[in-house]
Design a binder for this molecule. Structure first.
Ligand code: BDR
Ligand code: CA
Length: 311
C-alpha cells in the first residue's frame, strides 16, 4: 500500500476524501492526518478530521493540528460553502479521540525522515501552509517525498473564490509557490477535473442506499454542500473536489492530464493565487507538475460508492 499523509481542512469534500482513503487499506496506508486552517479555522478543521476518523471507526489514525493562518496573509475561510462548522449536513457526535500533541509540521518532517526515502506521498486537500512550512524548516525532506498529489488551482475553469483563483491556492499563494517550486514530483487536481466529479441526485441516492452510517453521513454532507453550487451555478450537484486526490492513488487510470509548467501569482491583487499553467506549452519554462484535465466521472463514483460501502 502507498503510505500517505493527508493534509486537510475538512470540509465535506475533504471528509469524503479521507473516508475513501480509510476504506482502501490495500492501496493506501494513512500514516496520519494533519489539519490546516482553510475552509474554517484550525480548531474546527482539527476537530472535523477527528470526527471523520471516528465515523470510519479509525481512532488509531493520529490527527495533528498545524498552521492556523497562511504564511503571509490573513486567513480567508469558506463558511458560505461548507457551513459554520465546516462539516454542516450530517449530525455527528463530538470527537472523543485525542488530538496529538506534536505540531503537524513536525509530524510531516519526522515522518519523511523516519520512513524510507521515496516511500511517503503527501496529499494536500487545503491551503498548502503546512507543507510549505515543513519544506522551509527541513529542506532535506523534499527529496524524500515520493509524490505530492494535491487539490488546487484551475486552468480553463479559472476561479471559484476570485475570478482568477481557486480557493486552496488563493488562501496561501506563498505556500503554493514554495511547493510548486520545490522540485518534488507533483500531481494537481484542478477545478477542471473536480467540476466533473458532480454529485447528481442519482449519485447522492446511491450513497444513501448503502444503508450504513457512513453512507448516510456522506449523503447528508453532499446534500448540504450541493445546495451552494446548485443555487449559485445551476450545476447538477456538488463537486467532490478533494476525493479526486485519494481516488487517483487507487485508480490513476480514471484521470488524464499534461505534464506542464505551473506557476503561482503571488503579487497582483487582481489575480492573486492564480495557477498559471502552461497547458499549450507556449513557454520554455520547465514542466514541474502533472496538471490533470479530465476524469472518468462514472468510474470515479462507482469506485467511491463501492469503497464507502466497505466502512
Ligand atoms: C477546495 O476548496 C475547499 O472549499 C474544498 O474543500 C476544496 O479543497 C475547492 O476549491
Ligand atoms: Ca479542502
Amino acid at each position: 500500500a502507498c503510505k500517505i499523509i493527508i493534509d486537510t481542512d475538512p470540509g465535506q469534500d475533504d471528509a469524503v476524501a479521507i473516508l475513501l482513503a480509510l476504506a482502501s487499506p490495500d492501496e493506501i496506508e494513512v500514516l496520519g492526518i494533519t489539519a490546516v486552517a482553510g475552509n474554517v479555522p484550525l480548531a474546527l478543521t482539527a476537530r472535523n478530521a477527528r470526527i471523520v476518523c471516528e465515523l470510519a471507526g479509525r481512532t488509531d489514525v493520529p490527527v495533528y493540528a498545524g498552521c492556523d493562518r497562511p504564511l503571509g496573509r490573513p486567513l480567508v475561510t469558506a463558511e458560505h460553502v461548507h457551513g459554520k462548522t465546516g462539516l454542516n449536513g450530517p449530525v455527528l457526535p463530538d470527537p472523543t479521540m485525542p488530538l496529538q500533541q506534536d505540531h503537524a509540521v513536525d509530524f510531516i518532517i519526522q515522518t519523511l525522515r523516519s520512513e524510507d526515502s521515496g516511500a511517503v506521498t503527501l496529499c494536500p486537500l487545503g491551503p498548502l501552509t503546512n507543507i510549505a512550512m515543513a519544506f522551509e524548516k527541513a529542506p532535506d525532506i523534499v527529496g524524500r517525498v515520493a509524490e505530492i498529489v494535491l487539490m488546487g488551482g484551475a486552468y480553463f475553469e479559472v476561479g471559484n473564490i476570485t475570478p482568477a483563483a481557486e480557493f486552496n491556492i488563493y488562501v496561501d499563494p506563498q505556500a503554493a509557490d514554495i511547493v510548486l517550486k520545490s522540485g518534488a514530483e507533483i500531481t494537481v487536481m484542478p477545478l477542471d477535473v473536480t467540476h466533473k466529479a458532480l454529485v447528481t441526485r442519482a449519485r447522492n441516492d446511491a450513497f444513501r442506499a448503502l444503508g450504513t452510517r457512513v453512507g448516510t453521513a456522506v449523503a447528508d454532507m453532499t446534500d448540504f454542500f450541493e445546495r451552494f453550487d446548485k443555487e449559485k451555478y445551476g450545476t447538477a450537484g456538488a463537486p467532490l473536489h478533494d476525493p479526486c486526490v485519494t481516488a487517483y492513488l487507487i485508480r490513476p487510470d480514471l484521470f488524464t492530464g499534461r505534464h506542464v509548467n505551473v506557476e503561482i501569482e503571488t503579487r497582483s491583487e487582481l489575480t492573486m493565487g492564480m495557477t498559471v499553467a502552461d497547458w499549450w506549452r507556449v513557454t520554455d519554462r520547465a514542466p514541474n507538475a502533472m496538471f490533470m484535465g479530465d476524469l472518468d466521472a462514472d468510474g470515479f463514483f462507482d469506485l467511491l460508492t463501492e469503497r464507502l460501502g466497505r466502512l
